[in-house]
Design a protein around this ligand. Structure first.
Ligand SMILES: [Zn+2]
Ligand SMILES: [Zn+2]
Ligand SMILES: [Zn+2]
Length: 273
């Protein structure tokens, strides 16, 4: 018996691989696998479409296929997504490398109203290995050094990589945010001349500390010393929040909403545009 879901998915991926961008919109349901976006939030269709366009612009020969797609006893589809592509254009801040990459990603797929929701079975180590091969993350022996390129990664990719889900995890600390903008760009606790990949801002008191891959990990030390659980990147083009207690990552929209609330209540001056 022909499984129509499998036949359709193969067909749509073949269309995308041949250069038909519309195939992504026909393939990806608005709902994420574990999360239905609210009316003001981007849909999975929009996120995957943008992601696919960015990848195809960087690697015009990109092909995507799932050779082993099959229906499991759980009624869901399971398979291994294979991506092949040569980076001949810039990707998220890294210059073109000319390198051909192959990635295989375990995937679980559920039918949703004639389209499909996707769940990649990658944990943080496998995700970081992919980002490292793409030179978006430093080599393992250089993680404590500044990044080689000013990479900007989608906060949704970071959320998936570090929490394994699209839905927000519970966190009681968001009400503690008092500071949104950093007063500087140096670690408060490092000695002059020390280097770090990046600096994190404590959203409770404004402390600036070097990040978790730095040699000194002063941001983490600040949390351990004070219990201040929330931090963000000091890069204003990154807006995610990390909670050390709940291992939760919130996207920029959460920080923007908190900032708007603090400004409206008079607790925070409005930033000049
Ligand atoms: Zn929390
Ligand atoms: Zn430091
Ligand atoms: Zn603090």
């Amino acid at each position: 018996m022909i499984d129509n879901d499998i036949a359709r998915i193969h067909d749509l991926l073949a269309r995308f691989s041949a250069g038909d961008h519309g195939a992504i919109v026909d393939l990806v349901a608005p709902a994420f696998f574990d999360y239905v976006p609210g009316p003001d939030e981007p849909t999975a269709t929009e996120i995957y479409d943008r992601f696919a366009r960015e990848l195809k612009a960087a690697a015009p020969d990109l092909t995507v296929s799932i050779g082993d797609l099959a229906r499991g006893d759980d009624g869901l589809l399971h398979g291994t997504v294979a991506l092949h592509g040569t980076l001949t254009g810039p990707l998220w801040g890294i210059p073109p490398s000319g390198v051909h990459h192959t990635f295989e990603i375990p995937m679980t797929i559920r039918s949703v109203d004639g389209r499909w929701a996707f769940n990649a079975g990658l944990g943080p180590p496998a995700t970081i290995a992919i980002l490292r091969e793409l030179e978006l993350v430093n080599p393992a022996d250089q993680m404590h050094l500044p990044p080689r390129h000013p990479v900007i990664l989608s906060d949704l990719i970071l959320k998936l990589a570090f929490t394994g889900q699209v839905a927000d995890k519970p966190c009681t600390h968001l009400a503690d945010v008092r500071v949104i903008h950093p007063a500087g760009d140096l670690c408060d606790d490092c000695a002059p001349g020390e280097v770090w990949p990046t600096v994190r801002l404590c959203l409770t008191c404004g402390h600036l500390g070097c990040c978790d891959t730095s040699t000194n990990k002063h941001a983490r030390g600040h949390w351990e010393a004070t219990g201040h659980a929330l931090m963000r990147s000091i890069r204003m083009d990154e807006g995610w929040i990390w909670c050390y207690v709940d291992n939760a990552l919130f996207q920029k929209r959460t920080l923007d909403a908190i900032e708007a609330r603090l400004v409206a209540s008079g607790s925070l001056p409005a930033e000049p545009a």
